[in-house]
Design a protein around this ligand. Structure first.
Ligand SMILES: Nc1ncnc2c1ncn2[C@@H]1O[C@H](COP(=O)(O)OP(=O)(O)OP(=O)(O)O)[C@@H](O)[C@H]1O
Ligand SMILES: [Mg+2]
Length: 475
């Protein structure tokens, strides 16, 4: 969208508004496709001709995100941020560069946009409730603050989501994990349907925790009853039997809050096979670990912590208060961070650890995979740790057979990585893999090539070549 001078169309815009009589009052339009669609619908509703420019202005400024709209439609951006009327709108591109734009929003414009998103999310934001978390129709996460708590002016921060969520194949292509590590996490998440692992994904702000959580969730077998719990819904998976749940903030009188802990307790009465918790922060940690200790396997969650040791300390301390005795039910800690690599931001899994025991008051951690900053690669340190030995016990397969299964999955991932498969395709292939539909890799290959619209990705990035060179299949 190029910037239009809407002021000179104000008269026409008001005519459009009056003629529509509030018909699209609850709509929030943020994507190009939605703009085109609503434009056609409005044209049909109006009994008179209007200029395209006036219609665009009406859609962007009355139904959309106004001056922020062009940034929200740019797929190369990761975050759109405002500071206050004296500062420009900032954008963060996918390479990690923070850029000041030439766009300024007045306090009034900022509040108008906040109110539009709040209305769409059925929430109240005002001086009494100055903090807001919500989302746009395309799933992008929105945080807003009123100037009562941000003295430079009300703010908006939008974590943009692409139309398609990042999948395991993206994470492999971006070098966030290697095919070997991914195959291991695949086996752990699924657990051969006998012993799915309880996994905690940890990392700092915007290190990609939720994205990895979502990508790993794609390994859960179809048919499981999955319940996800988040403050703002970000999980996006293809499973048919999935119940997403969201917390509810207190109302204006400070009542009727539905906390994550309350939702999690409720979830335990909903007969879940798999529980996914986005961002464990407080009391719900204790409830989650109680669940893990009472037979709920395959719980996946994220937590804000810089490394495995720190994550354990946070779990044990206030306000999470997970008793020591419950900690070993956690099978894996997957630690992620953002690093600058060849001048670009890159997210990597830098440590995968399991709790192997306890000495006096300290839990012992087995580092299964670790990042080597010298080579820029993640190395497999201990292949057959406790989790693989336990899985062997539960499944009746020998360690050697499990190693072979991981090697097979690694090849499947490498094969899929060569193609532009969508989240839907990947879901189908993973689920078919469980049904033993592909007894040979050739069978899978033929099926991939027979898909409509599938293309081979010719150019692999450096990071993929790095990974594939550095990892050999387990013999
Ligand atoms: N592995 C990755 N490679 C490249 N970009 C990624 C990767 N993972 C996530 N991203 C992008 O980084 C941004 C932050 O990701 P995400 O929301 O998953 O992080 P987070 O750690 O959950 O953040 P927060 O702490 O705010 O909850 C998103 O825009 C996402 O598209
Ligand atoms: Mg997150």
């Amino acid at each position: 969208m190029s910037l239009i001078n809407c002021e000179k169309h104000e008269e026409e815009i008001e005519e459009i508004e009056a003629a529509l009589e509030g018909k699209y009052g609850d709509v929030l339009v943020t994507t190009k496709a939605e703009v085109l669609d609503i434009k056609e619908r409005i044209k049909e509703d109006l009994k008179f001709a209007v200029s395209e420019a006036a219609l665009d202005c009406f859609i962007y400024n009355r139904l959309g995100m106004g001056k922020l709209a062009p940034y929200l439609m740019d797929d190369d951006l990761e975050e759109v941020m405002t500071i206050g009327s004296e500062s420009p709108v900032y954008i963060l591109n996918r390479k990690g560069k923070n850029i000041a734009t030439e766009t300024y929003l007045s306090e009034e414009e900022t509040r108008e946009l906040i109110q539009r998103v709040a209305k769409y999310s059925s929430r109240v934001v005002d001086s009494v409730n100055p903090l807001f978390d919500g989302r746009l129709p395309d799933g992008s996460r929105v945080n807003a603050t009123y100037s009562k708590v941000s003295p430079k002016g009300s703010t908006i921060t939008i974590r943009k989501f692409g139309l398609e969520p990042l999948t395991v194949l993206h994470l492999l292509r971006y070098g966030t994990m290697s095919p070997t590590l991914c195959a291991f996490l695949w086996l752990a998440t699924e657990g051969l349907d006998k012993k799915p692992a309880n996994i905690l994904i940890i990392g700092g702000t915007a290190s990609g925790k939720t994205t990895t959580l979502n990508a790993l969730s794609s390994f859960i077998p179809e048919g499981k009853r999955i319940i996800s719990i988040e403050d703002t819904m970000e999980i996006n998976i293809r499973h048919k039997h999935w119940v997403p749940m969201e917390t509810a903030p207190p109302d204006q009188e400070g009542r009727n809050e539905v906390t994550m802990d309350a939702l999690l307790k409720n979830t335990l009465r909903m007969r879940p096979d798999r529980i996914i918790v986005g961002e464990v922060r407080a009391k719900e940690a204790n409830t989650l670990f109680t669940a893990m200790n009472t037979g709920h396997d395959g719980c996946l969650a994220t937590i804000h912590a810089n490394n495995a040791r720190e994550a354990l300390a946070r779990l044990q301390g206030h306000p999470m208060n997970v008793p020591d005795i419950m900690i070993p039910a956690l099978n894996l800690i997957v630690a992620q961070k953002s690093i600058m690599h060849k001048g670009e931001m890159k997210r990597i899994i830098f440590e995968v650890a399991e709790i192997s025991g306890k000495e006096k008051d300290t839990f012992l951690l087995n580092k299964l995979f670790g990042y080597d900053p010298k080579t820029g690669k993640i190395k497999s340190k201990i292949i057959n740790g406790k989790i693989i030995r336990e899985l062997s016990g539960f499944s009746g397969l020998s360690i050697r057979e499990l190693d072979k299964e991981m090697a097979r999955r690694e090849l499947v991932l490498e094969l899929m990585m060569d193609y532009n498969l969508t989240q839907k395709d990947i879901h189908m292939f993973i689920q078919d893999y469980y049904k033993n539909k592909y007894d040979t890799l050739e069978a899978l290959h033929d099926e991939i090539k027979s898909l409509k619209g599938v293309r081979k990705i010719e150019e692999k990035s450096d990071s993929i070549n790095d990974w594939t060179e550095s990892f050999s299949v387990i013999e």
